[in-house]
Design a protein around this ligand. Structure first.
Ligand code: LLP
Length: 427
C-alpha cells in the first residue's frame, strides 16, 4: 500500500512503523490496515463517480466500527447483508438512510429491523421477498424504498463461487423470460413498497469491465420497458461491486475512474437513445476499497525442505485467517519483511498450522533460502474477505486488525482470547 517502504537494513515500515515493532506491540498473526490508504481509496471512488452517484462500500469485505466511521466521514454509503452488519453500521453512527440491505434470504427479523431503522433501501432478491418486505412495511406503517436485483445473464470471468450474473444461481430475478418485468409489476402494486431502482451485481474479482457495461445496458433496457408498460421512470440503478484488485504482480486492475467513466457514458447514451431521464447510478465496491489496504503479518515457524519439490514454510496462522487460497485457489504473494537477505530465492509453499493439507496461504512463492524460524513474513492485499471470513478452526484465536496511521498502530478489532472461546462454550 501507499505508505509501505523499506529501510536500508531491509525492514519494512508501514505508516512509518517498522514491522518488527508492530509484531512486538500487537503480536502475530495480525492484519495491519493502512488507514490513510483506505480513506484515499474511498475518496478516489467518490471523486470518480461524483455528486450524482452513490458509492456503497460492501461491508462483507471487512466491517468494523472504525471502518463505518471512516466511510461516514469520507461520504460513502454502506451495503450490509445481515443483522450483524446492520447493527455494526448503526452502532457506529452511519445514518440509516445511507445504508442498503442485501441478501438472498433475509430473515423477517432482519427485514423488520432494517425497515424500522429507516434504511435507505432494501434490495429485493426474490418474488417471495417482494411480498415479505411489503407486509412488514405495512405492519410498521412505513413505505420502504426498494430496488429489485436482477440477473442480467452475463458470464463474469471469475471463480464460479463468486460469479453471480448467470442464471443458474441463487441470487436475483432473471431478466430473461420476463421474470424481472413480472417482479416489477408486483412490486409496483404494493403500497408498502416504493420501487426506486434496479440492481445488478455480476460477480467479484473481475478485471474485464465489459461485463459491467453489458449489465448497465440491460438494466437501462429494463427501465425503458418499465416506462413503456407503467409510465414510471425508476430514478436509480445500482451496478453492484466486483472490481478486481492486484493480488500478485500479474494482475492489472481497472481504476475507479475508468469504470465510472465508462458506466456513466453507457448509461447516459442508452438513456438518451430510449428518451429516459438518466437515473442516479450507484456502485458497491468492497474488495477494491479495503483489499489492498491491509497485509497479514506472520511469524515463520517450522521450515521443512522436501528434496526436489519445494520447501514448506509454516506460519502461525493459516486457513483460519485467510480461507481464500483453499476456497478459491486465490493467489497471493509473500515477502520477508523483518530483514534483508542476499540469499538465493527458494521455492516455497506458505502453509498454516491447521490440521489439514489444504491449509495453504500462498501456493507458490519464492523466499530467501536463509529464511529461519522467527523471521516475519507479510502477505499483502488481505484487507478484503480475510478477517471477515476468518474462523476458529482448531480453536484458533482470530487475529486482530490494527489500523496504522501517522507512525502509530491502533487496534480496531482486538485479538480473540481463550476466554472468548470459553465464553461461548456453555455446555
Ligand atoms: N454487492 C453485492 C450485492 C455483493 O454480493 C458483493 C460481494 C459486493 C457488492 C462486493 O463485491 P466486491 O467489490 O468486494 O468484489 N468471499 C469472496 C467474495 C464474495 C463476494 C460476495 N459479494 C472472495 O473472497 O473473493
Amino acid at each position: 500500500s501507499r505508505t509501505v517502504t523499506r529501510t536500508p537494513d531491509g525492514q519494512v515500515t508501514v505508516g512509518g512503523i517498522e514491522v518488527a515493532r508492530l509484531a512486538e506491540e500487537f503480536g502475530t498473526p495480525a492484519y495491519f490496515l493502512d488507514e490513510a490508504d483506505f480513506r484515499a481509496r474511498c475518496q478516489a471512488w467518490r471523486d470518480a463517480f461524483g455528486p450524482d452517484a452513490d458509492v456503497f462500500y460492501a461491508g462483507k469485505a471487512f466491517l468494523s466500527r472504525a471502518v463505518v466511521r471512516w466511510l461516514h466521514e469520507e461520504g460513502l454509503n454502506l451495503d450490509v447483508c445481515s443483522a450483524g452488519e446492520l447493527t455494526t453500521a448503526l452502532d457506529a453512527g452511519m445514518p440509516a438512510e445511507r445504508i442498503a440491505l442485501h441478501g438472498n434470504n433475509k430473515t423477517p427479523e432482519e427485514i423488520e429491523r432494517a425497515v424500522a431503522a429507516g434504511v435507505g433501501h432494501i434490495v429485493l432478491d426474490s418474488f417471495q421477498e417482494i411480498v415479505r418486505v411489503a407486509h412488514i412495511a405495512d405492519r410498521l406503517g412505513k413505505r420502504q424504498r426498494v430496488q429489485i436485483r436482477v440477473t442480467v445473464g452475463v458470464e463474469a470471468h471469475t471463480h464460479e463461487f463468486i460469479a453471480t450474473a448467470h442464471e443458474d444461481q441463487k441470487f436475483g430475478i432473471a431478466l430473461a423470460g420476463g421474470e424481472a418485468a413480472e417482479a416489477v409489476r408486483r412490486a409496483l402494486k404494493l403500497d408498502g413498497l416504493e420501487l426506486v431502482g434496479i440492481h445488478s451485481h455480476i460477480g467479484s474479482q473481475i478485471f474485464d469491465t465489459a461485463g459491467f457495461e453489458v449489465a448497465a445496458r440491460r438494466v437501462v433496457a429494463l427501465l425503458a420497458e418499465i416506462r413503456d408498460e407503467h409510465g414510471v421512470e425508476l430514478p436509480e440503478i445500482d451496478l453492484g461491486g466486483g472490481l478486481g484488485i492486484a493480488y500478485t504482480s500479474d494482475d492489472d486492475p481497472a481504476e475507479p475512474h475508468d469504470i465510472a467513466n465508462s458506466l456513466r457514458e453507457i448509461v447516459t447514451r442508452e438513456c438518451a437513445a430510449s428518451k429516459l431521464r438518466t437515473p442516479r447510478i450507484s456502485v458497491e465496491p468492497g474488495r477494491a476499497i479495503v483489499g489492498p489496504t491491509a497485509f497479514t503479518l506472520y511469524e515463520v515457524g517450522t521450515i521443512k525442505p522436501l528434496e526436489g519439490l519445494r520447501t514448506y514454510v509454516s506460519v502461525d496462522g493459516g486457513m483460519s485467517d485467510n480461507i481464500r487460497t483453499a476456497l478459491y485457489d486465490a493467489e497471493y504473494s509473500v515477502a520477508l519483511v523483518s530483514r534483508s537477505s542476499d540469499a538465493e530465492p527458494m521455492l516455497v509453499r506458505v502453509v498454516g498450522k491447521h490440521c489439514e493439507s489444504g491449509d495453504i496461504v500462498v501456493r507458490d512463492a519464492f523466499l530467501p533460502a536463509d529464511l529461519a524460524p522467527g523471521d516475519l513474513i507479510a502477505v499483502p492485499a488481505t484487507g478484503a474477505y480475510c478477517r471477515s471470513m476468518a474462523s476458529n478452526y482448531n480453536h484458533a484465536l482470530r487475529p486482530p486488525v490494527v489500523a496504522v496511521k501517522d507512525g502509530a498502530g491502533r487496534v480496531i478489532v482486538r485479538r480473540e482470547t481463550e476466554e472468548d472461546l470459553l465464553r461461548l462454550d456453555v455446555g
